[in-house]
Design a protein around this ligand. Structure first.
Ligand code: 6R9
Length: 657
């Protein structure tokens, strides 16, 4: 097998280190070989890898999937049965009962960390499974989790899986309204929550939010409450149950419930460009296999590693890459309750040193925020335990990539830029650190079994030239793919399989370079058309943040008499930088020279803050409305981390010329 070398584009690349490749699970020739096998014979490939899980009844059928518009269905290993919690816990007990499964690092660095072994995890999950059954939860029932980042959140996920109940996690930053909508949407009868969620030295009153949410649900919804802080709460006897009290009396013996491979493991609500959030449904067998395999190979996880994903279990990244993937692989996973900047901007790096973290996985927005605080917060830490760095959630701009690479990874750690979605269950486009050379800002190449295609957005035809740009679709299914929208299969078909018939439509645009590397250009609903030129708003943003005085930028289109759409930029300056007319001119010239005259910003508004969801994604929908002078139609702002930034932006909106 020839070595795959990205050379055609002539772009800057970071080669795979030979030393790293020598000890990696997958090197470049193995990648080429396995990838080819995975797409030429998916049945054979997944049939073989599926056996890495523990099946109660082994499958004989591997794949039954169709993307045909009139018959969309996704089924993997459908006649096999298993239990997800037994795969994540019980099967490791004989060989690694005393190994740490979860390291819990609390918000307050003065509070001791907890090391939970696989044996202890087993005990906790068995007891909690019995508690849930005593509360009336049965196979197929939905349970809502509204939890801080504490071990009990993982216990609750796994206890649901153990008894075949379907969990649906609502991020702890969501409001009571969002919570009640999800309880009702899933028709759940049990909510598991905590009294308070400590984060960044502040405390979110989860129990009182949950109390408020239950005013708008059926009367028979019960609440199981973990007393995390012991702070004051109100209590409704007969409805509210104390987690620790029930756990004290619970039996430690519990037999995992056998479920079909296609039995839903969880529902996770995610927002699209239209309508109410959709309940994305994931399966038990295919999802678990895909989460486990991607976690092992993308982070090149080995025996003894300490792996840390900084996401929250309220997002898909927390499901696949804090809990299910790492535990299915018998690894050690860190659960961090806090935030990157508390007590100060060195917290991430101190935690890496404290627990000798080997793989670190975070979001570009966190990297940019820490970058703006200055290098000293990183430079004071050792970080020599780190081996692989990862990013997820949005395109990473080259400046942030370089900072991550140079300061955090000291140039020695491969960076895996992983492109995927709530809908995909696990990574689809990503480098494998021992196999694929990287380019700052590119999610590089497909994982095994993934067949990306670039379609012409107008004709819907597949573009066969290597170098191209268009919409990113997938040609065939992979085991981690979502199965349906909860209670609305038609919406599943309409959202993902209608615009481009025969394909799964990701909603993202992309470019494929001469080396066949993929570059995500952002959601296609964020594409703007300026004087007939199509442009990714992410491109202009990337150019703006490349300027030394810019901390963050968001770009949207607005109606322009002559150009069709003009470019409206919201710019947050670095700490200590002053806005001025001169700087505005400087930035316009900067973007003009970085990308070209067609990309020159029409309007630049200074933004002290940008409206973001609690997962850190900039809400461009709102920025577009403000730019369009359409304040009355801002829509739902309840999912914003800080709604007050919107008022400031409205007040200081630029006048259109
Ligand atoms: C895992 C997650 C999915 C959307 C996706 C895309 C963007 C995610 C990315 C990325 C560029 C990456 N996205 N990873 N864009 N490079 N490495 O984030 O899921 O919250 O559903 O978001 O995020 O636009 O379509 P989710």
């Amino acid at each position: 097998m020839t070595e795959q070398k990205p050379i055609a584009s002539g772009e800057i690349i970071k080669a795979v280190s030979e030393e790293f490749a020598a000890n990696a699970h997958i090197d470049s020739s193995k990648y080429s070989e396995m990838y080819a096998a995975s797409v030429s014979d998916p049945e054979g490939f997944w049939g073989e890898h599926g056996r890495s899980l523990d099946w109660i009844k082994p499958y004989t059928k591997v794949k039954d999937t169709s993307f045909a518009h009139d018959d969309v269905h996704v089924r993997w290993f459908e006649d096999g049965t298993l239990n997800v919690a037994a795969n994540c816990i019980d099967r490791h007990l004989a060989t690694r009962g005393d190994q740490t499964a979860i390291i819990f690092e609390p918000d307050d660095p003065a509070e001791p960390a907890q090391h939970i072994t696989y044996r202890e995890l087993h005990r906790q999950v068995c007891k909690l499974s019995n508690v849930l059954e005593d509360l009336g939860v049965r196979k197929g029932d939905r349970v809502i989790l509204y939890m801080p980042m504490i071990p009990e959140a993982a216990y609750a996920m796994l206890a649901c899986a153990r008894i075949g109940a379907i969990h649906s996690i609502v991020f702890a930053g969501f409001s009571p309204d969002a919570l009640s909508a999800r309880i009702n949407g899933a028709d759940a009868r049990l909510l598991i929550t905590a009294d308070y969620a400590p984060r960044g030295g502040r405390q979110t009153p989860l129990k009182s939010n949950a109390d408020a949410a239950l005013l708008h649900t059926r009367d028979d919804v019960k609440m199981l409450v973990v007393k995390r802080t012991g702070g004051q709460t109100t209590w409704v006897d007969g409805r509210d149950f104390d987690y620790h009290e029930l756990m004290l009396e619970a039996d430690e013996v519990q037999h995992p419930v056998e479920v079909e491979a296609e039995h839903p493991l969880f529902i996770l609500y995610t927002s699209g460009s239209t309508g109410q959030p959709k309940g994305v449904v994931h399966s038990s067998g295919g999802y678990l296999l895909y989460a486990a395999m991607t976690q092992k190979y993308v982070f090149d996880v080995h025996e003894g590693d300490v792996y840390w994903c900084t996401a929250d279990v309220g997002w898909v990244t927390g499901h696949s890459y804090i809990v299910y993937g790492p535990l299915a692989n018998g690894g050690t996973t860190v659960m961090f309750e806090g935030v990157p900047t508390y007590p100060d901007a060195s917290r991430f790096w101190q935690v890496c040193d404290k627990h000798k973290v080997t793989q670190f996985y975070t979001a570009p927005t966190a990297i940019r925020a820490l970058m703006a605080k200055g290098p000293e917060f990183v430079e004071t830490c050792d970080l020599s335990s780190l081996r692989v760095l990862g990013t997820v959630g949005e395109p990473i701009n080259p400046e942030a990539w370089n900072w991550y690479n140079d300061l955090v990874g000291k140039g020695r750690c491969p960076i895996v830029d992983t492109w995927w979605q709530t809908e995909t269950g696990g990574h689809l486009l990503t480098p494998l650190p021992g196999a694929i050379a990287t380019k700052p800002g590119s999610a590089t190449l497909p994982f095994f079994g993934v067949q990306p295609v670039v379609l012409d957005p107008h004709s819907g035809a597949e573009i066969t030239e290597t170098e191209c740009e268009g919409v990113l679709c997938l040609k065939d299914s992979w085991p981690g793919q979502m199965r349906t929208v909860y209670g609305d299969h038609e919406r599943f078909v309409k959202t993902y399989f209608s615009d481009y018939k025969g394909y799964y439509f990701s909603g993202d645009g992309c470019r494929r370079d001469a080396d066949g590397y993929y570059w995500i250009t952002g959601r296609v609903d964020d594409v703007i058309n300026v004087s007939g030129h199509r442009m990714g708003t992410a491109e202009v943003e990337s150019a703006l943040v490349a300027h030394a005085k810019v901390a963050e930028a968001a770009v949207v289109g607005y109606p322009h008499d002559i150009k069709g759409q003009g470019i409206y930029c919201y710019v947050t300056l670095m700490n200590g930088e002053e806005p001025s007319e001169e700087l505005r001119k400087e930035l316009r010239t900067w973007v003009r020279t970085e990308i070209g005259p067609i990309a020159a910003p029409d309007l630049i508004q200074w933004a002290p803050g940008l409206p973001k969801t609690r997962s850190g994604k900039i809400m461009r929908r709102i920025l577009r409305k403000i730019a369009e002078d359409d304040f009355g139609a801002l829509g739902d702002t309840s999912t914003l981390a800080d709604p007050s930034v919107v008022e400031d932006l409205i007040e200081n909106r630029m006048n259109k010329k």
